[in-house]
Design a protein around this ligand. Structure first.
Ligand SMILES: [Mn+2]
Length: 272
């Protein structure tokens, strides 16, 4: 497989480690997320190394290493090994359920860990079609690891999820597409894990997802939120999930690659 942005840095010298996780098991509508990581990496070869906004070549500064594909079972250990060495893990999915092992690994390293989720769906079901590990349950599983979760772009949920939000008293931590970045930042702890389900974006910008939802977020507001979060918080790891590539239609793949690269830059901007 290709390497992210064609970068061939060894693990030891790298500041960022990309973990491709082509895991797809519980999708319920359009399949294809197993092909997500390869499509993001393929699109990343078209990225400009120089980030015009940051004013430098992100890869030159942080040195990106792309690991071999990782399965679900080995993911927690892989992420653990990376955060122990103070490197930034970047997990490319794959379906959204893969967020659980990295959050577990980061929560062991950072006791105050909070999770910022960008998504169209609340993903707070206790189980979905008999499966507690479905991608529709991922934030519910994450809230068993840390209760400090903030959800942005949410515009679809079941009555069970709505009742859970009421019961847990987290209505104020669940945002739609109209949000105040300052309020979001206030709800996060110092160390933040970011999970980006690409269906949080509007389908006009990212059509290649398993479960597209109209009325979504747009590139400028997502990037601006991530930038503000990175200025105030320590981003310890992040994932980009749920890309289900559409043949011949690469806009979604490229957005995912650019988003990952930009967030690598933001997350490491404070380091020397
Ligand atoms: Mn999701």
């Amino acid at each position: 497989m290709e390497k992210f942005i064609g970068s061939r840095h060894a693990f030891a010298e790298s500041g960022v480690v990309v973990l491709p996780v082509p895991y797809e098991k519980t999708v319920c509508y359009m399949p294809g997320t197993a092909k997500g990581p390869a499509a993001i990496i393929e699109a990343s070869l078209q990225l400009e190394s120089f980030d015009a906004e940051l004013g430098y070549e992100i890869d030159k500064k942080v040195k990106i290493h792309t690991a071999k594909e990782v399965g679900y079972e080995k993911l927690e250990k892989s992420v653990s090994d990376i955060v122990q060495k103070n490197k930034l893990p970047v997990i490319l999915g794959g379906e959204h359920s893969i967020t659980v092992p990295p959050v577990k690994a980061c929560a062991k390293r950072y006791r105050d860990l909070s999770v910022l989720q960008i998504d169209a769906h609340a993903d707070l079901r206790d189980e979905y079609r008999g499966d507690r590990n479905s991608h529709a349950c991922v934030m519910r599983r994450i809230r068993e690891i840390t209760k400090r979760t903030v959800q942005v772009g949410i515009r679809d949920m079941s009555i069970e999820e709505s009742e859970y939000i009421e019961r847990e008293g987290i209505r104020g931590a669940v945002y739609g597409t109209d949000f105040d970045a300052g309020k979001i930042i206030k709800r996060l702890s110092d160390n933040v894990y970011i999970t980006i389900d690409l269906d949080g974006f509007d389908p006009s910008e990212v059509p290649a997802v398993g479960t597209p939802q109209p009325g979504g977020l747009h590139w400028p507001e997502v990037v601006s939120l991530l930038k503000k979060v990175s200025e105030k918080k320590n981003i310890v790891a992040f994932d980009v999930v749920e890309l289900a590539p559409i043949k011949g239609q690469v806009a979604s793949d490229f957005l995912a690659a650019k988003l990952a690269y930009k967030l690598m830059g933001y997350s490491t901007a404070k380091s020397k």
